[in-house]
Each structure stands twice: as C-alpha cells, then as structure tokens.
Design a protein around this ligand. Structure first.
Ligand SMILES: [Zn+2]
Length: 132
C-alpha cells in the first residue's frame, strides 16, 4: 500500500480510537452513576422499584456497550501496530498460507468500512463457514 493511503487509514483509526475512548469513559461513568449530567445535586438513589429495575437494565446495557467498544479499541490498537510493522492491509490468514503480499491484500472498500479488519473477504467468509 502507498504511504498516503496508509496515512489515510492511520488518521481514520486514530479518529475512531479517540471517539471510542471518549464513549467508553462516558458510558462506564454513566453506567456506574459517576459524572451524571442529569444528577445535579439530587439524590442518586432510586425512589421506586420500577426505577431501580430500569436503572439496572440501563447499567447492564451501557456496560456491555462499553465492553464491545473496548474490544473494538483493542482491534484498533492492533491495526495501528500493523501500520508500524508495515503489515497493515494484509490478510492474516492469506499471509499464514504463504501468499505474496499482493495476493494477501485486503480490498480498499473493506478497509474503509472496517479499517481494523484482519482478514480479506474470502477468508472472513471461509471462517464463517467453518464457524470460527
Ligand atoms: Zn485472506
């Protein structure tokens, strides 16, 4: 891949990273009742059982959302590392199978959609087929 293209993906990844980092912090804080914007000086303890229920639900939901985003962040860090290593944009599986870098390249539209993806479309499909 050419350098300007790598830079484009690096910018994209870094932008996603900082946005997700903010999200994860916000979601986790909100879920745990820290830094609530609607809280003000009011009591944070729920007054009705119904409220308690929905609070717990929202907390679980926000935390699982935060966990998903945390996973994406891990993938983004790995992709940024691949940029440093010079292996960004290559399908991990194709490389392992001994294909040349040209044959292992992940197509640009796929990278634009998921800049942190590790495999080409073909390998991703094969992986789904065998249920990994
Ligand atoms: Zn592949």
């Amino acid at each position: 891949m050419k350098k300007p293209e790598i830079t484009e993906f690096k910018d994209l990844l870094e932008e996603m990273q900082s946005r997700l980092r903010g999200d994860v912090n916000q979601l986790t804080k909100a879920a745990l009742g820290i830094d609530r914007q609607d809280g003000g000086g009011e009591s944070k303890s729920p007054t009705h059982m119904a409220e308690l229920g929905s609070d717990t639900f929202e907390q679980d939901f926000s935390l699982s959302l935060a966990a998903n985003e945390q996973e994406t962040l891990t993938e983004i860090s790995a992709a940024l590392q691949r940029i440093k290593d010079g292996t960004f944009g290559l399908c991990e599986i194709c490389v392992k199978e001994g294909k040349s870098p040209a044959q292992s390249a992940i197509l640009k539209p796929r990278l634009r959609a998921i800049p942190y993806c590790r495999t080409c479309v073909d390998c991703a499909r094969k992986r789904e087929d065998v249920g990994i």
